[in-house]
Design a protein around this ligand. Structure first.
Ligand SMILES: Nc1nc2c(ncn2[C@@H]2O[C@H](COP(=O)(O)OP(=O)(O)OP(=O)(O)O)[C@@H](O)[C@H]2O)c(=O)[nH]1
Length: 341
């Protein structure tokens, strides 16, 4: 039960599909029973298909995590059902269209949702024009119905689009360091857990570098925090430029950064660290003086967890500081190798 709750809390789309699934079942079931009582077996069949599809879509999203596919199945089936019910229940059935418009915006992205609604609406209007008096009382009713559906769709689109953008912005704020634009500590923790899982399952080699700017306090004290911030931003840019596209840079806090690398061996880690030490001492300047970095590196070994992995790199970084700064030290299985940058 705890697992179900934590998945619902961490996966918004899963929570949405599950909620609309429960609402769908709760709202369709009484109508299916009512139509049975009325002997309207076509609509009963549609309702039963709706209930089964809802259960299948919710099961797909829980079992395989395919919430997008589940949403598309739900939108397609509920759209088709709304058209069939509108034709066979006449005027009363048309009201379901308004639920469909909102429903689509919950389960699929805004553009897909608008297209799905327009398709269902167009089909209904074409059928209505070809069979006068069957779906709409007259042309005026059809036009009013179409206009109100389009308006609802427009409002829902605007709301869903804005909400999506806000959610995206919040996600960025939660995962990114606002000063340097690299991943923050929280993202690093998640990425390290993913690396550990991939290493344990597939044996993928990983390494990390812990980078700490040298005497950064002096820059702040002499040149002020604005200059300190500029140095941090430029340091992040230079480090990213000096590393591979697949390497990921994170700010651990203050003037400490972590570079996470996949598919790397001891020699690769040493060479990457040396290259960054050289790039920074050559290109990073503050008040005309070179700024340098000390780096500790460690490969992910069998039996490591994220804390022991980071601790190995941290111990090496302190060795680099005590060895005179502007250098890197990379952890070996049985020894520590010092490399002058
Ligand atoms: N400008 C700026 N300074 C920061 C930020 N975060 C932390 N600092 C400063 O970074 C400095 C870190 O100082 P220390 O931990 O003594 O490290 P250091 O001076 O680089 O010394 P070593 O690491 O031993 O070479 C402190 O003065 C913090 O105030 C930030 O976001 N912007």
């Amino acid at each position: 039960m705890h697992d179900v709750w934590s998945r619902l809390k961490s996966d918004t789309q899963l929570a949405v599909v599950s909620t609309v699934g429960v609402f769908g079942i709760v709202s369709v079931t009484p109508f299916a029973i009512y139509r049975m009582w009325q002997d309207n077996w076509l609509v009963v069949a549609v309702d039963i298909i709706l209930l089964l599809t809802t259960l299948i879509a919710v099961a797909i999203s829980w079992r395989y995590g395919s919430t997008r596919l589940a949403g598309q199945i739900l939108a397609a089936v509920y759209g088709t059902a709304a058209v069939i019910v509108s034709i066979h229940v006449q005027a009363g059935g048309l009201f379901w269209f308004y639920c469909l418009i909102l429903f689509n915006f919950f389960v699929i992205p805004p553009l897909q949702s608008t297209i799905a609604t327009l398709l269902a609406l167009s089909f209904l209007c074409i059928y209505g024009v070809m069979h006068p008096g069957e779906v709409f009382v007259d042309l005026q009713q059809m036009l009013i119905f179409t206009a109100t559906c389009l308006l609802c769709s427009l409002f829902a689109f605007t709301f869903a689009w804005r909400t999506g953008r806000q959610r995206q912005r919040l996600r960025t704020l939660a995962n990114m360091d606002p000063l340097t634009g690299v991943g923050n500590r929280r993202t690093l923790t998640r990425e390290m857990e993913i690396a550990l899982a991939s290493h344990n399952r597939h044996g993928t080699p990983f390494g990390l570098l812990l980078l700490d700017l040298d005497n950064f306090k002096c820059i702040n004290d002499r040149q002020g925090h604005v200059e300190g911030d500029r140095v941090l931003v430029e340091f992040a840019q230079l480090t990213r430029n000096a590393s591979r596209r697949s390497d990921r840079l994170f700010r651990l806090g203050g003037e400490e950064f972590v570079l996470l690398m996949s598919n790397i061996d001891q020699a690769g880690l040493e060479s990457a660290a040396n290259s960054i030490v050289r790039t920074i001492s050559t290109h990073l300047r503050s008040a005309g003086r070179p700024v340098t970095v000390s780096i500790g590196g460690a490969l992910l070994d069998a039996g490591d967890d994220s804390i022991s992995w980071l601790n190995k790199a941290d111990a090496c970084m302190y060795r680099a500081k005590h060895g005179g700064r502007n250098r890197c030290v990379v952890h070996l299985a049985d020894e520590v190798s010092a490399l002058i940058g």
